[in-house]
Design a protein around this ligand. Structure first.
Ligand SMILES: [Mg+2]
Length: 364
């Protein structure tokens, strides 16, 4: 028996599909992915102990109607059209169901006890959910004033009861077209955002991302009173690489250095960024100076030990590294992103002046 305990929306970059992690069982290794497909059906992927089982389901519609007879008629029409139906007797019940999972389409009656259709529309629109929900308002009132009132409350569509099954099917097709558009737009925006924060050559974060995220990371260190470190790495005599072998080879060397960095830090915790040119920054949350010095030294050795082979020549480089750490518990002066990076930069200069290919660190 699989108990639904959580639902999270994620966007998969490979397929541009919208996945919904529908459920996680009591056993951690079991995950269900609800893949909303453009066809109107959606696929459920059950991954259990590494084995994937795929089952196709109909597109879900949440029907909200207090009149039992009307509800049954609607359910029958929708199921006939190939939809999966989940029903609620009023707005409050619908919100409870909606809170436990994403329903792309809600078809709701207007007049209902406890919470009416207009209120339901307003609450859903105010919730600013990650994914768009297309709301169709059903009512026996067909005056212009009421229609405007319904649309103003956040409904996308307005249908007068009794609903004609053919009209219902067409309206649902429109709903799915809008939802598909919304889904592709969201995926594109996500891609654009990712691109704008990544360095195109190395694939790691860029300076813009560093400027945005570093202050948050420092705030977090203060909030949890945890130490934090920042490493600044600069490739030694990089200009000579460009001058001797050309910029294309220089780019290969830069990419190699970025690979060394990503390979030597903790995934999901530490994060690197290209500061500019041949300079990189590595942010190490939850890391004190001795810990950061170990990472920096390992990185120095990795860079120095790496050989870039291109057009029959072997290029070897070294890097100088500056490390700055602080611990909110012992910090007298408040640390900002500028202060932390400034100290790491000073250490980097000392490493350069001391003969390069070395690590210098400071405790703030
Ligand atoms: Mg009613």
């Amino acid at each position: 028996m699989i108990a639904i305990i959580n639902r999270i929306l994620i966007v998969d970059n490979d397929t541009s599909s919208v996945f919904q992690i529908g459920a996680v069982s009591s056993r951690d290794e079991t995950i269900i992915l609800h893949v909303l497909k453009k066809s109107g059906c959606y696929t459920e992927k059950l991954i259990m102990n590494g084995i994937t089982r795929t089952t196709k389901f109909a597109f879900p519609v949440l029907v909200v109607e207090d009149n039992l007879l009307m509800r049954k008629i609607l359910e029958a029409s929708l199921m006939e059209a190939g939809y999966e139906v989940v029903s609620a007797g009023n707005g409050r019940e619908a919100l409870e169901i909606y809170g436990n999972g994403y329903y792309p389409i809600i078809m709701t009656d207007w007049v209902m006890p406890e919470m009416d259709g207009l209120e339901l529309c307003r609450v859903i629109r105010e919730s600013h959910s990650e994914r768009y929900t297309y709301i169709i308002l059903l009512t026996s009132q067909d005056s212009k004033t009421e229609m405007i009132q319904g649309l103003e409350a956040g409904a996308d569509e307005y249908l007068v009861k009794p609903v004609n099954p053919a009209e219902l099917t067409v309206r649902l097709k429109t709903a799915r077209r809008i939802l598909d558009l919304e889904s592709s737009l969201k995926t594109s925006l996500e891609e654009i955002k990712n691109l704008s924060l990544k360095d195109s050559l190395t694939g790691i974060f860029n300076r813009r991302y560093l400027n945005e995220r570093l202050p948050h990371e420092i705030k977090r260190a203060y909030r949890y009173e945890r130490p934090m470190s920042l490493i600044m790495l600069d490739i030694d005599h990089f200009k000579a690489v460009n001058d001797t072998y050309g910029h294309q080879t220089g780019d290969i060397v830069l990419k190699g250095c970025a690979d060394c960095i990503t390979g030597s830090i903790r995934k999901e915790i530490d994060w690197p960024a290209r500061f500019g040119g041949e300079e990189f920054v590595i942010v190490l949350p939850e890391t004190d100076l001795p810990g950061a010095m170990v990472v920096a030294e390992r990185l120095r050795q990795l860079v120095a030990g790496r050989a870039t082979r291109t057009n029959g020549t072997v290029i070897r480089i070294t890097a100088s590294l500056g490390v700055a750490s602080f611990d909110p518990e012992y910090q007298r002066e408040p640390v900002t992103a500028e202060i932390l990076a400034g100290h790491a930069d000073k250490c980097l200069y000392q490493a350069k002046n001391g003969g390069r290919n070395r690590v210098i660190g400071i405790q703030l």
